[in-house]
Design a protein around this ligand. Sequence first.
Ligand code: PMP
Length: 417
Amino acid sequence: MSTLAPVLPLDPETLREDFPILSVRLHGDVPLVYLDNAATTQRPRQVIQSLVDVYEKQYANVHRGIHWLSDQSTDLYEEAREKARAFINARHREEVIFTYGTTEGINLVARSWGGKNVGAGDEILLTEMEHHSNLVPWQQLAQERGAVLRHIPITDDGRLAMDALPALLSRRPKLVAVAAVSNVVGTINPVAEIARQAHAAGALVLVDAAQSVPHLPTDVQALGVDFLAFSGHKMLGPSGVGILYGRRELLDAMPPFLGGGSMIRRVKLDTFEPAELPAKFEAGTPPIVPAIGLGTAIDYLHAIGLERIHEYERMLTIRAHQVLQSVGGVRLLGPAPEHKAGIVSFTLEGIHAHDVAQILDRHGIAARAGHHCAMPLHKRLGTNASVRASFYFYNTLAEVEQLAAALVETKRVFRKA
Ligand code: PMP
């Protein structure tokens, strides 16, 4: 990271040198063009090295031992918590819970908060553009409790129909759960405004921040949200670790999610007393080394600056819209680039998304095809599947051009077939 000068704009070529995998060549000698960052990002050497360092020099279980090695490991694990706290500007370290990812974070809230606070006839407000991770846990809760799910509709260009919100909130839902950025259409949702209106109507707000925390500055206090979940593997960190942020008063009042070691203060044969936060929600041995690696990833992102990352990705997105529109037969899903993060999903007339992705792969381009864990959103947009190109700061304008060229080639192949 010493190579990073604090000047605009970001230099992808220099940063790419930190990512060994980006020099992989495939199918003979085609360079990899990695455009599947919404699924998971790649890791820089610094993160990989931090994992090796811990395993080689500082690894033991945390919060358990009274030995030196355990102290080392515990210090690093808690430092990572502090880095995550600062990264999202949470007020207190106890508000930062290590999970295995966004999915667990949302399930934790649905089970623990929902289990205690949601009863028959209560409403939970979601949106039509949610990832299955922010639909299914609420469906499970609603089925168990007889609660009612409602959804903020979307416009044809994939934005939340905010004019529908007041009427939905007048039904006094208990919670509004919304993605900050759609993993399909890339829309950046007005989370602060939703939180303001939801709170005025007496609802809590949970944010699925899997696609926003890695790409945009996030300040949970400025957003005014109650819960926010994200995943380490989508922001240069290892898989198997994520963060759930929750306001302390709320987490304090919630029952533990999983039971076991570490989450207790005292256990008798027939009862237990839960531990204080954050241990109360970290049952069992946590993802120690992934959490430490996530801390290193946060350092790396912080050194580049989230504003710079966002600006750069916007530039790639604007260019992607331009070149894809010029291909012919491409239908771009979602709004204009100014409302988007770096996610561009599309269909290509007459060719199934999976076939498109297969031909892209022949050109070394890793893109995703399918419903991207958002079946209801695809249905709303009138398609079963789409192709998704999703960017990170290490992608280049040249790669965007390669994508467009490969799509022209895809059309040619299918015309012949
Ligand atoms: N929500 C959104 C918006 C996502 O994009 C994803 C990952 N595709 C998830 C939730 C789930 O994240 P994870 O699989 O890391 O738990």
